[in-house]
Design a protein around this ligand. Structure first.
Ligand code: MF3
Ligand code: CO
Length: 249
């Protein structure tokens, strides 16, 4: 298992990678409207990333064909953008994006509503974000990794939402995926001890129904088995001596 600690110079690049990704997400959010295709979102996202002088890290990652993962309603993550997948009022859409700045990766996801959405969907979206903050609230040098997992789990339970178990957060740095794996639930094992200079992607994925998922025929899109909607909220963070810094907000 390889968990990397970043130097101050590397951290500066991670900060820039995170800040630029936050900008990309803001612009994508502003552009969302009914009638837009999921491919329109991907095109705009790739253009924004490249206009910052960065490279989309998802593109061609293990064969993934786009720059932005666009997942609608019961799609949890890894939806493939398509010209005939049109957003409609009342949909919820999860945008997962990442970029490389001077060799360093950032990774962040948001779920948004299109126009007016149901109260239950709005609650689901709020819960995913709250789960992230509950998870990182105990993250700091010397804390056990399981504190993050437990914080996410407790928050999702409080809402009564399902936690997707098959997918997890991860270390991030000069690679998109580094150790450790960051589960969104407790296992009974403490995991590693966090150190200042670790950079992590924490990413709760929650469902309004059962947490069980499947992969579609396209080999990428993850959907809930019961058809319930899902929300995803992710940021790249830096562990510090007394807490953590969220780099992609
Ligand atoms: N954001 C995803 C993650 O956290 C990465 C997407 S994988 C891709 O693991 F292949 F779809 F790009
Ligand atoms: Co990630």
């Amino acid at each position: 298992m390889r968990v990397t600690l970043k130097t101050e110079r590397q951290i500066e690049k991670m900060r820039t990678a995170g800040r630029l990704l936050a900008y990309v997400h803001r612009q994508l959010h502003r552009a969302l409207r009914p009638g837009m295709s999921t491919l329109d979102i991907d095109r705009l996202g790739e253009e924004l990333i490249r206009s910052c002088g960065c490279v989309p890290n998802f593109k061609n990652y293990e064969g993934y064909p786009a720059s932005i993962c666009v997942s609608v309603n019961d799609e949890v993550v890894h939806g493939i953008p398509a010209p005939d997948r049109i957003l409609r009022e009342g949909d919820i859409v999860s945008l997962d994006a990442g970029l490389i700045y001077k060799g360093y990766h950032s990774d962040a996801a948001r779920t948004w509503g299109i126009g007016r959405i149901s109260e239950e969907d709005a609650r689901l979206i709020r819960a995913a974000r709250e789960c992230f903050f509950a998870g990182i609230s105990k993250a700091k040098e010397g804390a056990w990794l399981c504190k993050i997992s437990g914080g996410v789990e407790d928050c999702a339970r409080k809402y009564g939402f399902g936690i997707v178990r098959e997918l997890a957060g991860h270390g991030i740095g000069s690679s998109l995926h580094e150790d450790p794996e960051i589960l969104n639930y407790r296992t009974g094992r403490p995991g590693i001890r966090l150190k200042a200079g670790m950079t992590l992607a924490v990413e709760p994925m929650i469902t309004s129904g059962k947490p069980d998922i499947s992969v579609l025929e396209d080999d990428w899109t993850i959907v809930t088995d019961d058809g319930s909607n899902a929300a995803h909220y992710e940021n790249t963070i830096l562990i510090t001596p007394d807490g953590c810094e969220v780099l992609s907000i």
